[in-house]
Write a new protein. Structure first.
Length: 143
């Protein structure tokens, strides 16, 4: 773990989820984000995505991304598309490991997501999304 020197300016910190809590691993400036992301993606791939990482931007809540080798993408004004069911990562108030919901949003340009199948159950704290996997084929006993 890299120690932060007193008075050293920093705008970000990399954390890893270990044994039920977040551990600070690295303090860095936002200009180094791409280098840090590349390194974390490689480490996650080697760990078979069994490690949960996040970056905290000073003054921002919730964390703006979760870095793994999975296809999670940051929520933008245009993605995901409105009325499309997607999986979203959500940072809750007490900030245990992020939670995943199947959800959709009604319009572009908003981070307001609704639980899939409802029209009014809002999920706060969404920060990343990915497409929903195709369902598994039905077993012969069901088909």
């Amino acid at each position: 773990m890299m120690e932060r020197n007193a008075g050293e300016p920093t705008s970000c910190k990399l954390q890893i989820y270990v044994s039920g809590g977040w551990l600070d691993m690295l303090y860095f400036e936002s200009a180094q984000r791409e280098r840090v992301t590349t390194a974390v993606t490689a480490i996650s791939r080697e760990a078979n995505n069994s490690v949960i990482w996040r970056v905290i931007h000073v003054g921002a809540n919730p964390p703006d991304w979760l870095a793994t080798a999975t296809p999670w993408k940051p929520i933008t004004d245009r993605e995901p598309a409105p009325l499309e069911d997607v999986l979203i990562s959500v940072s809750m108030e007490n900030d245990e490991p992020p939670t995943v919901f199947m959800a959709y949003r009604k319009t572009v340009g908003t981070k307001t997501f609704y639980v899939s199948g409802t029209s009014d159950h809002i999920i706060p704290g969404a920060y990343a999304w990915k497409h929903v996997d195709e369902p598994s084929p039905a077993p012969n006993s069901v088909a």
